[in-house]
Design a protein around this ligand. Structure first.
Ligand SMILES: Cc1cc2nc3c(=O)[nH]c(=O)nc-3n(C[C@H](O)[C@H](O)[C@H](O)COP(=O)(O)OP(=O)(O)OC[C@H]3O[C@@H](n4cnc5c(N)ncnc54)[C@H](O)[C@@H]3O)c2cc1C
Length: 244
């Protein structure tokens, strides 16, 4: 983390940029974690609330994305941006720990988002497979198609159970780092697999914008990347498993 906040009187002066920020241009309020000490360790990060319109705070480059195009992802720029100390969230040096805690919850949200995309793709595929006829019968009669639908339904159900388990732990304020990472990892990979198979079931039309499955296909890929990639989820899960 290179973005810094330096205390001057009762204010913090923030300098640096943040990349890949969801609603980095349109959002009214940003929670910004900045480095507030040396060396660059996990105990030297602090969280601040920065409001849109604060002098020195502006939106930067908007990313041209594969999917999720209705929600902008952009750079945020801080140039001598002065934040009152009352906008500090929590204690000085607590930002890294706070960010990790927020990530656990965010991962449950991405798991739920993944399930929504997967369900949409599956429902579209089920409907199309019953309507589209080839060789004088609906393509849902072909085992090669119906087995794809069976895999989708099974994997989505499993993803839902993992997600409910993590959400239940969170709502009871119990530790859920492992369960949130598992739910996010599994559900996001299911979303990508389901959307991919849905495009396949639609054949040529799957490759057009006439049906929603191409959008599900593009949107689903974010879920294996945002809030920590699948590889990072596996690091988290493995660490938890090896704790004993
Ligand atoms: C649409 C979108 C919205 C986003 N919104 C936000 C936001 O609002 N706020 C925010 O803070 N961030 C946001 N992000 C950033 C997002 O969290 C990161 O892009 C994501 O965590 C991956 O980090 P990276 O891009 O630096 O990839 P990298 O870390 O460069 O990873 C590249 C590849 O290397 C792999 N890799 C990296 N380290 C390891 C390792 N130790 N072991 C094995 N493999 C590894 C990764 O899994 C990946 O495959 C957003 C990203 C996108 C695409």
């Amino acid at each position: 983390m290179r973005c810094t906040a330096v205390k001057e009187g009762n204010e913090w002066v923030v300098n640096g940029t943040k990349n890949w920020i969801t609603h980095g241009i349109s959002g009214n309020i940003a929670v910004v974690v900045a480095r507030t000490g040396e060396p660059r360790t996990r105990n030297n990060a602090t969280a601040f609330v920065v409001e849109r319109g604060t002098p020195g705070f502006s939106g930067g480059k908007k990313e041209n994305k594969l999917g999720m195009r209705a929600s902008e992802t952009a750079e945020m720029i801080f140039d001598q941006c002065r934040i009152p100390d009352e906008n500090r969230l929590g204690e000085v040096g607590d930002g890294f720990r706070q960010a990790l805690a927020v990530l656990d919850g965010g991962r449950i949200s991405i798991a739920a988002l993944s399930i929504g995309i997967a369900r949409g793709a599956m429902e579209a595929a089920i409907q199309y497979s019953k309507e589209r006829h080839q060789f004088d019968q609906p393509i849902s009669n072909f085992q090669g198609i119906s087995f794809k639908l069976a895999d989708m339904a099974t994997e989505i159900a499993a993803a839902e159970l993992l997600t409910f388990q993590a959400a239940d732990l969170k709502s009871r304020h119990l530790p859920m780092t492992r369960q949130a990472a598992m739910a996010k990892y599994f559900a996001s990979e299911v979303a990508v697999r389901t959307a991919n198979d849905a495009v396949q079931i639609f054949g040529g039309y799957g490759y057009t914008k006439d049906f929603p499955v191409e959008k599900f296909y593009r949107d689903s890929k974010l879920c294996t990347i945002g809030e920590g990639t699948s590889e990072i989820q596996k690091i988290v899960i493995a660490r938890e498993v090896l704790k004993g």
